[in-house]
Design a binder for this molecule. Structure first.
Ligand code: GTP
Ligand code: MG
Length: 470
């Protein structure tokens, strides 16, 4: 990705397709000059856009600069630097939403000297111009891609700078330690007292603790961001597709009294209690010799393998069958890779025949959730259970500061090992000025999270994940 501050960039910032309005956005030093060439007021006269106040909207027309032919009706919004998203002058043309019109507007601004923006380039400028740090830029991507209100809230917190604040605070504490170690050496005539090892140790241990608890939020952060891979398994006719539809609140999967209704797996993203579950409905298998069922079985094993959460369904109205036993076996195999499992007993509106204690023992679990999809009993409890199971054993930070990507985690891990090295050094009574080397490395690692010290490659990688126009 090239970056030249003298460029003025432009992009269609709204999704491509038919819509009420569409926005073409420009940022850079020449936005006013460019807009003057194509923006006319309602009497089709030229406007002195430089006199517009910042954050005001102006009705008019966009024209082709060659022949003054009208391209579209528009509302121009000017945001003058530095109080704009990129800290440069920004102009947004609110146009009609058709793709042809928007392309024509984009073409017109390019003909006047703008360059088409790379994906994420507006946000990259915001970062390079110091308006946001890297963790906030990442929050912008998360915000755009947020699937549930919970993940939206956490991205908003990060966008507001909660992680940045935390990291800056920890770095500041480390800088102070380094300064206190170095001061007596740098100013030998000033009688500055040397900091004691035990004091350094105490402070490093505190910082280390904070870093470890931040690292612990990774699993929670990733769940908020990416959701939970969930699979529904059970014998034919147990009600898998009925459950899938109920959770989705939509008749997505076909449900019939015929065993073997679902032939292929179906997958949907379902929002339950603010968490995104990627749920797969699998096929029950009646006679595994059948060629279709052979493929279905393979698929089921693959999903069991990949899922984070297994919903194991049983019919209370029947005894445990051969098919049930096979599924239990498959689940237990998959369980070795520390997955979470919920036993669901369906059809409690019918007579109870299931050997519950035996079932619980076979799957080595203490509880099951009892429901009737037909009479809609127990659905709310099941949804509670789903949310609780997902968050069980995870660290949910009270202050809302979380990390949610590997880049941030790797940087924290490097800082962590640097600090651990310092603690070892203190034990071995190495001279204090050696400690500052590790301290500075740990400082740099933390700096990578906020982007105070990162390579161009990392920056380019982060911004290339954006959509165009952001
Ligand atoms: N009585 C009763 N019937 C139910 C209940 N839940 C589902 N059923 C019925 O059970 C039958 C099978 O339901 P499905 O949801 O298609 O079952 P499935 O597990 O997807 O079946 P396959 O796709 O064939 O493996 C349908 O006739 C449903 O109406 C329930 O709670 N009580
Ligand atoms: Mg089905």
């Amino acid at each position: 990705m090239k970056f030249c501050e003298n460029d003025t960039i432009a992009a269609i910032s709204t999704p491509i397709g038919e819509s009420g309005i569409g926005i073409v956005r420009l940022s850079g030093p020449k936005v006013i000059e460019i807009a003057k060439k194509i923006f006319r007021n309602n009497k089709l006269k030229k406007e002195s856009i430089e006199d517009f106040s910042s954050y005001t909207a102006h009705y008019g027309f966009l024209v082709d600069r060659e022949d003054e032919e009208i391209i579209d009706e528009t509302i121009l919004i000017l945001m003058k630097k530095p109080k704009s998203y990129t800290r440069e002058d920004i102009i947004e043309f609110n146009c009609h939403g058709g793709i042809l019109t928007l392309r024509k507007v984009l073409e017109a601004v390019v003909n006047c000297g703008a360059r088409i923006a790379d994906p994420g380039e507006f946000t990259k400028r915001a970062f390079l111009n110091g308006r946001i740090d890297l963790s906030q830029a990442e929050a912008v991507i998360d915000l755009i891609q947020a699937k549930t209100e919970r993940s939206l809230k956490s991205s908003l917190a990060q966008l507001k700078g909660s992680l940045k604040e935390k990291i800056t605070n920890l770095r500041w504490k480390m800088v102070r330690i380094a300064a206190e170690i170095e001061a007596p050496m740098d100013f030998p005539n000033q009688d500055i007292e040397e900091i004691e090892s035990i004091e350094i140790q105490k402070r490093i241990e505190y910082i280390l603790k904070e870093i470890v608890s931040l690292l612990d939020t990774l699993d929670y952060g990733k769940i908020l961001k990416e959701g939970i891979d969930t699979v529904i398994v059970g014998k034919t006719n147990v009600g898998k597709s009925s459950l899938f539809n109920t959770l989705l609140r939509e008749s997505r999967a076909i449900v019939t009294p015929l065993p073997g209704t679902t032939r292929d797996t179906i997958e949907e993203l379902i929002n339950i209690k603010g968490i995104a579950f990627r749920i797969v409905d699998t096929a029950g298998l009646k006679n595994p010799e059948n060629i279709v069922e052979k493929i279905s079985l393979k698929k089921r094993r693959k999903f069991l393998d990949e899922a984070n959460l297994i919903l194991a369904m049983f019919d209370v109205n029947t005894l445990l069958s051969k098919e049930d036993m096979e599924i239990i076996q498959e689940i237990n195999k998959a369980k070795e890779r520390k997955k979470k499992i919920i036993i669901i007993e369906n059809k409690i509106d019918l007579k109870e025949k299931i050997e519950r204690q035996r079932l619980l023992k076979l799957l080595n679990l203490k509880n099951s959730v009892k429901i009737s999809l037909k009479d809609e009993i127990g659905i709310e409890q099941l949804e509670e259970e789903l949310a609780n199971t997902v968050f069980d054993g995870l660290v949910i930070p009270e202050n809302g500061v979380i990390i949610n990507n590997i880049r941030q985690a790797e940087a924290l891990k490097r800082a962590k090992s640097g600090l651990e090295h310092i603690l070892e050094g203190i034990k071995k009574e190495v001279p204090h000025d050696f400690l500052t080397i590790d301290l500075k490395e740990a400082l740099d690692s933390l700096g990578e999270i906020t982007g105070d010290l990162v390579s161009d490659d990392i920056i380019n990688d982060i911004f290339s994940r954006f959509c165009i126009g952001k």
